[in-house]
Write a protein that binds this ligand. Structure first.
Ligand SMILES: [Zn+2]
Length: 598
């Protein structure tokens, strides 16, 4: 009887204490996971877009949770760390355009007849026009729309797409983006660009571009607009030609058909401004219980931002605007951080100190985590490991769990296997590259583990809702992450980072076929392309480049941003040697890099 009572007390007592503390239980539980998810992925938070009201509601919720667990703020001035980002583009009042055809002025109406491109710079020009075909300059494909024409100080008129418009996977694809065409036009000396939909492929609607910021920086002082085809056709008629015929001839002969439009000119005034926003990371800290090891840190991280109304990165193709609730991506990982924070705060059983951080700006290119690692609340060399959870809510019947970064510390694989009491079908990837916030830590040579369950058809769509999350499955995943962290903490040593050479196929760098091995510094806003690192044994490393370098020239092309760099790579083939000019500690240095194939 007594024994029973004791047992009863043991069962009742903790839950009695808990009952006074909101609804939550310090154990990692499917019930808590469900409750947190239901709020974070609710319509009220409108998809938690970086810098939005929804983001604010989400971080306020997390601050409240961290406080209720008794956790201290991780930053000097609190739980929040704000960082700047480009939020959107807006048109100013200064937008106007007109065409002068055979001495007659045709005024164009904004948004009805023409529209500035989201990457357009601001400029006011009145200049002659040159038709430059598709605006493609691809010497390696023996095709250059700029041969035989002088575009200096003129506005080029170019068609969207490429001469192989009816071919899927055209070799011209990598030269066909509008921003690249504008960049090429500027490099050739043009003072502006007008895009037009051609007559082929059959395009009866002749729709104007959507004026939506696409994460690519503007091309300074360079106006880029799209004008409706009926007006472009008038320019051709004034030369005694037809746009449809000219377009067809280019494709048939696969030869550029560029020429000066003698009888026309254009006035274009563009006013496009980038509007900055502020994103917020949220982090709390728990001191370790070992007097020495508490000076080392384990970081649990997850991004809590998502796509808002789908303004960026959405895979939804419906016409009605909808909230992208991002339950799996990544309310699930955010909740993982909360649950582990609650458990550790109640047990205080780790020797090392722990940082719990929810990043924003991940969907815009790991902006928050990059800012965090560049402005860390503790010295980076004191962080023994970063454990990232991104999309851990869809454990399937195969019990499949992916872990990336498994070889970034030699101890990881044995811990991952030993602690797998949940019978996960583990799929381990050695390197710690790509996909999510752990990359920011890999870039700083910190061992990382990135946990995620599976890709699914609701990914980046309004259908990624909380009711589809397997909360019982997520409970197991979060328990596992907790167990793995406990084993990392039980080691007497700080983990040593192992730089893993990643499989070439996963290396980034746009659609070009050459491989350099540079790792970009995301969120870098200055001039040039800033490297946060280079991959081991890559052409970049062998050539002498290193993290911190700012590339300003690639071959004979000036590099003003990451896009220029990507476009410049398109001009080369594997095996080519390229002179790369970088700024290192403010000094210009040139390195010879021998390109390899992707
Ligand atoms: Zn995502």
């Amino acid at each position: 009887m007594k024994k029973h009572l004791l047992l009863l007390a043991a069962i009742l007592l903790p839950s009695f204490i808990l009952a006074q503390k909101d609804y939550s239980n310090p154990q990692i539980s499917a019930k808590d996971i469900y409750d947190h998810l239901k709020y974070l992925a609710s319509e009220k938070l409108e998809g938690r877009y970086t810098g939005s009201e929804g983001e604010k509601l989400a971080y306020e919720y997390m601050v409240k949770q961290f406080k209720s667990y008794g956790l201290k703020p991780a930053f000097k001035d609190g739980y929040l760390q704000s960082f700047p980002f480009t939020d959107r583009v807006e048109m100013t009042k200064d937008n106007s355009a007109s065409l002068d055809i055979n001495g007659k002025t045709v005024k164009l109406e904004l948004k009805a007849d023409y529209i500035p491109a989201p990457f357009s710079g601001s400029a006011d020009v009145k200049l002659p026009l040159v038709f430059a075909g598709y605006g493609i300059s691809a010497p390696k494909l023996n095709y250059d729309d700029y041969t035989g024409i002088d575009v200096k100080g003129k506005i080029v008129v170019v068609l969207r797409g490429n001469p192989e418009y009816d071919k899927k996977d055209s070799r011209f694809e990598m030269f066909s983006s509008l921003r690249q065409k504008a960049s090429v036009a500027k490099e050739k000396g043009a003072a502006g660009i007008i895009f037009a939909n051609g007559f082929y492929p059959a395009n009866t609607q002749d729709k104007l571009l959507e004026f939506v910021y696409d994460q690519s920086p503007s091309i300074k002082n360079f106006p880029a607009v799209q004008v409706k085809r009926i007006f472009i056709d008038e320019l051709f008629k004034a030369e005694g030609l037809s746009l449809a015929d000219v377009q067809q001839k280019i494709s048939k002969e696969m030869k550029p058909g560029s020429f000066l439009l003698h009888n026309s000119s254009a006035q274009i005034n563009t006013g496009v401004k980038e509007i900055n926003g502020t994103g917020h990371n949220v982090a709390a800290i728990l001191e370790g219980n070992d007097p020495v090891l508490k000076n080392e840190y384990i970081v649990f991280g997850a991004h809590y931002d998502h796509l808002g109304w789908g303004q960026v990165g959405s895979l939804y193709r419906g016409s009605e605007k909808l909230i992208h609730p991002g339950a799996d991506d990544n309310a699930s990982g955010t909740v993982g951080v909360l649950e582990i924070a609650e458990k550790l705060a109640s047990l205080k059983n780790l020797k090392r100190s722990v940082i719990f951080v929810a990043f924003s700006g991940e969907e815009l290119g790991i902006l928050g985590s990059t800012y965090f690692t560049n402005n860390p609340p503790v010295p980076l060399d004191k962080i023994t490991a970063m454990l990232n959870m991104d999309m851990i809510g869809r454990l399937n019947t195969d019990n499949a769990l992916n872990v990336i970064g498994a070889a970034t510390a030699i101890e990881f694989k044995s811990i991952l296997n030993r602690r797998n009491s949940y019978h996960f079908a583990l799929s381990l990837t050695d390197d710690g590259m790509g996909g999510s916030d752990h990359q920011a830590f890999t870039n700083k040579k910190i061992p990382v583990l990135f946990f995620f369950t599976a890709m699914h058809q609701d990914y980046h769509k309004p259908s990624d809702t909380f009711d589809k999350v397997n909360t019982a499955g997520e409970e197991k995943v979060v328990d596992y992450v907790y167990d793995v962290a406990s084993s990392i903490d039980s080691l007497g040593n700080k983990l040593q980072f192992v730089q893993v050479q990643s499989a070439p196929a996963r290396k980034s760098g746009g659609s070009s076929k050459v491989y350099v091995g540079t790792v970009p510094e995301f969120g870098y806003k200055g001039k040039g392309f800033k490297l946060s690192g280079v991959t081991d044994n890559s052409p970049a490393q062998k050539g002498g480049l290193k993290g911190g370098d700012i590339m300003i020239k690639f071959g004979n092309k000036e590099v003003k941003d990451i896009y220029d760099y990507m476009y410049a790579m398109n001009d080369y083939n594997p095996g080519d040697s390229v002179d790369v000019v970088v700024l290192r500690d403010g000094k210009e240095m040139t390195f010879k890099v021998k390109l390899e194939s992707k």
